[in-house]
Write a protein of this length. Structure first.
Length: 256
């Protein structure tokens, strides 16, 4: 369930505790929950696991501790995904999904951060589709404890940091050759229970012929994984810089 080599325990040094060093990668769906089924035989759960594992390998090579909510074709409940992230005391949570639409026209990459209100009707549709996998709806009542938790998130820097990472991820992935659909916000339940900056990326529309064809190719999946890993590394560099910490990983340079 938790898959990724853990970094060696620190010696209690404050800098080591404050440094950006742990990322949770969440491959959407899994097991009986296939997610979307697309053209050319693509199944969302398999595609996003493959890309998540590629991202993990790249981040591990840069010295980060990476925790996967799943490393196989298994069902992982919502509460388990959030518990894994919170127990790991991660610095960032990234959930990876593939989009789908009832028509074949929409295509491209989009990145989300959590909000009680969707930025537009399409963002609301995507959140509703992904939330159905957990049999969950976003909280609607201000008396709901999850609403209170999200309120705490908004009251802290987590929401701002989530938006910041979402923009980095969108810029990097769109720059890898994809069509950019921008950064949006929506009530994704998987993002609402984690106590850290969190974003959800939709790597393309497997219902679109061009996106589906590209995502079947290893080169395209590699490019997306490299772009997403680079966004994490850049976010981590800025995270440490804000805390006045020197860069510990000389291999973080782009293209290395």
């Amino acid at each position: 369930m938790v898959a990724a080599p853990a970094a060696a325990d620190g010696d209690g040094d404050d800098d080591a505790r404050d440094r950006f060093d742990t990322v949770v990668l969440d491959a959407g769906h899994g097991g009986e929950d296939e997610g979307a089924r697309g053209l050319r035989g693509i199944v969302e759960k398999d595609l996003v696991l493959d890309i998540t594992q590629r991202v993990a390998r790249r981040l591990e090579q840069r010295g980060l501790r990476v925790v996967l909510t799943r490393n196989d074709d298994v069902t992982v409940p919502l509460e388990t995904r959030t518990s894994i992230a919170n127990d790991a005391r991660a610095d960032l949570f990234v959930s990876v999904h593939a989009n789908s639409h009832r028509t074949r026209d929409p295509r491209g990459i989009e990145t989300y951060f959590a909000s009680l209100e969707a930025s537009d009707a399409e963002a609301r549709r995507v959140a509703e589709r992904e939330n159905q996998a957990f049999g969950s709806a976003p909280p609607a009542s201000r008396g709901d404890p999850l609403v209170a938790l999200l309120g705490d998130l908004i009251a802290t820097e987590h929401l701002v940091e989530s938006q910041h990472f979402a923009r980095l991820a969108q810029e990097q992935m769109a720059g890898s050759g994809g069509v950019s659909r921008g950064v949006r916000q929506a009530p994704f339940v998987v993002l609402m229970g984690v106590q850290m900056p969190a974003s959800l990326v939709e790597i393309g529309f497997i219902s679109n012929p061009a996106d589906a064809k590209a995502l079947r190719e290893r080169e395209r999946r590699d490019a997306l994984a490299q772009a997403l890993a680079q966004a994490v590394l850049e976010y981590g560099r800025r995270y440490d810089a804000k805390r006045g910490l020197a860069e510990p990983r000389t291999s973080e340079r782009e293209g290395s």
